[in-house]
Design a protein. Sequence first.
Length: 133
Amino acid sequence: MAKISKLSQSLEDYLEMVHIQCLANKGIAHVKDIAQALSVKMPSVNKAMNELKKLGLVSQEPYTGIVLSPLGKKMAAKILGRHFLLKSFLIRLGVPETIANEDACKMEHILSPETLSCISTFVKGETPEVKED
């Protein structure tokens, strides 16, 4: 199993979608459903799943569904959590839900942990502590 430093945006999107599909389908995701949800072709999903398998984040036996490893579940839940946080933040700012969802998809991959922490504090209704550089 390879050491995981940081996943690419694309692999994060695939891992997040596997997680969403697993939540909806009794712990199993299918290549066809992932391809449809992400508007990509099935060979692209297969390539991504092979990368995620090498990293020990998913497993898949031939002709069966894809399941998340414990580490895969943890990472995917974290990615999905960032998405929900950002979407709720944008909605709170008055952004329409569909646009907030799309923008959260883009933002979840690029914001620093510090920025996400401040957004989380703000969304919870707390006053963020301003830190000096």
